[in-house]
Design a protein around this ligand. Structure first.
Ligand SMILES: [Zn+2]
Length: 467
């Protein structure tokens, strides 16, 4: 089956074929490192992780760039409020971001360029836009003239008929109704303090939008396959990226634009003022398993709104538990010579359904439904009869391949300390000697450390208890 994505450009489902056979180049707008990202931000990063992993599942080599915005209005404001240098301020949040990525099992991109390391490329791009007549200077700053780029608005569907000529906006973020010439380069003023670069286009700093154009084109070429982000980036950020890049090169900038929808919290928009603003570390401090958070975020289709509730998070945790129990059962089941054609067909059919759903614009809810149907039916077969080693391997291969995309089934063994592993060993020895009293005592000891203890034919298994 052909892989299809919904392209925000043109708003239709299109078959995905990369520019270079077997290789996908994609750019994902990364975090602005000025605070701890909230789970709405992580919805986008988990979506991008599923996209990346599924492209690899389909056999592509992926080069993914995720930029780190370490210079913009927000980072400068934040560092000034705390009275610490910009680099020191952004370093703290960059570190926290990578810790969260690991907790959520978000695979690392190939490059994480920092905006401050690409100032030269940005200056070069701005110069080119001035030379070609798309940009102009005003009061020390440089602006992009949106009336010069005839296709301005093609991604967001904005019509710019009634623009006042020369109306400008210097801040990085603004609304569609406020569309106007935007800042490519911001001339230094006192509010920037010691944050500036002395360059050929003046003393100042880059605007936010030019950062992504300069870094993406430098690292993966003037035209590349996929660009992603949250829907809130469609305007003005991505619209402006297109204007800058295509005006400079005269070429198509991006072939596929993929955007993930917002996350609502208990039916409301997430906002600090509503007290429903959660970071990942707040949820883990409340003893929720980050993998349950991952599961919840990926369980809805990325283009559908997702309503985050604590009830939903608990259900996600129990779904993860069901997937893990089945994976553990599959791994530890004893085999015989009896080959089950029924199980083999069931496994094949589930795998096909999973792939078909994911091929259709990453339809994770349908893919997960196929997986849970399978678990129910396969459990019945395993309850009724023994299976062969072939059946078992086939089942494990399918689960393994699927989990290379979902990454929720494997329990995180690194969290099981040597002390716990020692207890597991002692308990298995006690059980082998049929010393049930001792085995029970050790079970209680392990449980006290926050683990669920299970007896399997392969011995004692533990997994971290989650709410
Ligand atoms: Zn960006």
């Amino acid at each position: 089956m052909a892989l299809k994505f919904f392209n925000t450009m043109g708003r239709k489902l299109e078959e995905f074929v990369p520019l270079e056979q077997g290789h996908v180049r994609m750019y994902t707008c990364g975090p602005t490192v000025y605070n701890y990202p909230h789970i709405g931000n992580y919805r986008t990063f988990v979506f991008e992780d599923i996209l990346r992993r599924y492209l690899k599942f389909k056999g592509y080599k992926v080069i993914q760039i995720m930029n780190l915005t370490d210079i913009d209005d927000k980072t400068i404001n934040g560092s000034q409020k705390e009275g610490i240098p910009l680099a020191k301020f952004t370093e703290r949040y960059t570190k926290a971001f990578f810790e969260d990525l690991d907790a959520l099992r978000i695979e690392r991109a190939e490059h994480y360029p920092k905006a401050t390391e690409f100032i030269y490329e940005m200056v070069r791009l701005v110069k080119k836009l001035i030379e070609k007549g798309y940009a102009y200077k005003s009061e020390g700053s440089i602006y992009f003239d949106i009336t010069k780029f005839k296709e301005y608005g093609k991604l967001s569907g904005l019509v710019i008929g009634e623009l006042k000529a020369g109306a400008r906006v210097k801040v990085d973020e603004y609304k569609k109704e406020e569309a106007r010439d935007f800042a490519l380069w911001k001339g230094w003023d006192a509010t920037d303090g010691d944050v500036f670069w002395e360059t050929e286009i003046g003393k100042g700093r880059p605007g936010w939008h030019i950062e992504c154009s300069a870094m993406s084109m430098k690292l993966i070429g003037e035209t590349f396959d996929i660009h992603t982000g949250g829907v809130d980036l469609i305007f003005p950020h991505h619209e402006n990226e297109i204007a800058q890049s295509e005006s400079a090169t005269g070429k198509q900038f991006v072939r596929f634009w993929l955007h993930s929808e917002h996350l609502k919290i208990e039916g409301q928009k997430m906002a600090k003022s509503l007290g429903n603003f959660y970071t990942l570390r707040e949820l883990t401090a409340m003893r929720y398993d980050p993998i349950a958070v991952r599961y919840l975020l990926l369980s809805a289709h990325y283009r559908a709104q997702l309503n985050f509730t604590f009830e939903g998070l608990q259900q996600a945790a129990s779904s993860v538990g069901r997937l893990r129990s089945f994976a553990e059962r599959a791994e530890s089941i004893a085999t015989t010579n009896t080959y089950s054609i029924k199980l083999q067909q069931l496994t094949d059919s589930m795998f096909r359904k999973f792939e078909e759903a994911m091929d259709t614009d990453l339809d994770t809810p349908v893919a997960l439904a196929a997986l849970f149907d399978y678990i129910r039916d396969a459990n019945r077969i395993l309850d009724a009869a023994k299976i062969s080693e072939d059946n078992k391997q086939h089942m494990l291969d399918a689960l393994h391949k699927i989990d290379s995309v979902l990454s929720v089934m494997k329990t995180s063994e690194e969290k099981i300390s040597p002390e716990i592993q020692e207890l597991i060993k002692k308990r298995d020895q006690a059980r082998a000697k049929k010393d049930w009293a001792l085995a029970d005592r050790i079970r209680n000891e392990i449980s006290k450390e926050g683990f669920v203890v299970q007896d399997t034919p392969a011995g004692t298994r533990v997994r971290r208890e989650s709410r």
